[in-house]
Design a protein around this ligand. Structure first.
Ligand code: NAD
Length: 358
């Protein structure tokens, strides 16, 4: 019995979460185990129902669970609230902090059937595009102190700070992830300018020598990495980097796949507890119409099976079912480009197709 805290959130969140739950139920049936799903409010709906984006009860439900499956939060209705009361700032960031989710994992994959959706020409990724980005999530310039702006608003400071243990723990995850893939890690830094990057490079190099000599490692400056991602993305297997560089590079890489509706993410802490969510937002422009792409949410559920429950076969089963749905020509609106060999379907039908391939 696996206990999962389910936080659908706002906008398309509940619509795509509904599909992910159905997929997980099919998986549980196939592999003969059970999920205990406990639902809780988060984000805008929690503000409406409880006056706060992250109610105490929601935290309790998460604490009692083996993993958190998160939808997305926010929307025009709550945009004018003070920043700390807004759905994203008031729910997602505190949740990450509460559970010390220091590692953000984003697989960036272009499914063969969807090569046309990629923003690059085919010739730039002849062998496909399948990268995993590991971003450090709780350190660096986003959190370092001092952080301030003077009263005259003429000067401001942010502090970038990293410690050896912080670098080692994200590095270790990157090398472990690489071992399950093509055994290649690219560590991204700015060691020609930043002292935190000098430390980063040294710690990652030593970690590899000591614990992962079988994994190939190369170092790349962040400006070059940004360029290489659009020049020759096929060269990457696992990318590991600090918080701000990862924030920027992972969005750049995500857009290579063409649609935000395709990409899942995992945020983990040291004991393997994780929060799993699509990288996109609540898509208010299409919410409530049953036309959103549920793939990112479904693949987030697959990541939960892989990282929190160590069920690699079941995770791969879901990923294959998504690939087969695409190969069979089914598309939601965001990835529908022509009627040649493809058919536009709604969220529910796309989900049913995925389930039929499990
Ligand atoms: P968005 O990701 O919601 O939407 C950007 C575009 O991508 C829209 O055109 C949308 O229709 C499309 N899109 C996104 N997911 C899709 C899917 N699954 N299927 C089909 N199309 C999809 O970003 P935004 O418009 O900048 O933000 C909307 C709201 O979401 C804001 O309130 C923002 O704060 C919030 N947001 C939340 C999260 C989160 O919860 N983690 C992340 C980003 C944005």
């Amino acid at each position: 019995m696996y206990k999962v805290a389910v936080l659908p959130g706002d906008g398309i969140g509940p619509e795509v979460m509904n599909i992910a739950i159905k997929v997980l139920e099919k998986i549980a049936q196939k592999y003969s185990f059970k999920f205990n799903f406990e639902f809780a409010d988060v984000g805008g709906i929690a503000i409406d129902n409880h006056g706060t984006p992250l109610p105490e009860n929601t935290i309790k439900v998460c604490e009692n669970a083996d993993a958190i499956l998160f939808g997305s939060v926010g929307g025009p209705k709550w945009e004018n609230l003070p920043p700390e009361k807004q759905p994203e700032r008031g729910a997602l960031l505190p949740l990450r902090k509460h559970f010390n989710l220091f590692a953000n994992i984003r697989p960036v994959k272009v499914f063969d059937a969807l090569r046309e959706a990629c923003s690059l020409k085919d010739k730039f990724f002849p062998n496909g595009l399948d990268i995993v980005i590991l971003r450090e999530l709780t350190g660096g310039i986003y959190f370092g102190q001092p952080k301030s702006i003077n009263p005259e608003k003429t000067e401001a400071v942010d502090t970038m700070r990293y410690s050896k243990p912080e670098i080692e723990r994200i590095g270790r995850l990157a090398f472990q992830a690489a071992r399950l893939r093509k055994s290649k890690v690219t560590s991204v830094d700015k060691a020609n300018v930043l002292m935190t990057s000098v430390l980063w490079r040294e710690v990652i190099t030593k970690l590899r020598e000591k614990e992962f000599p079988d994994v190939e490692l190369n170092h790349m400056y962040v400006d070059n990495a940004a360029m290489q991602l659009v020049r020759n993305p096929g060269q990457f297997d696992v990318i590991v980097t600090e918080n701000m560089f990862g924030d920027i590079l992972s969005d750049e890489a995500a857009m290579l796949t063409g649609s935000l509706g395709m990409l899942p993410s995992a945020s983990l802490n040291e004991s393997g507890f994780g929060l799993y969510e699509p990288i996109g937002g609540t898509a208010p422009d299409i919410a409530g119409q049953n036309i959103a792409n549920p793939t990112a949410q479904v693949l987030s559920a697959a990541l939960m099976l892989r990282y929190s429950f160590k069920m690699e076969e079941a995770a791969a089963d879901i990923e294959n079912a998504v690939a087969k749905t695409l190969e069979a020509g089914f598309r939601t609106g965001d990835i529908y480009f022509s009627d040649e060999g493809t058919q536009k379907v709604n969220t529910t039908d796309f989900g049913d197709k995925i389930i039929s391939f499990i």
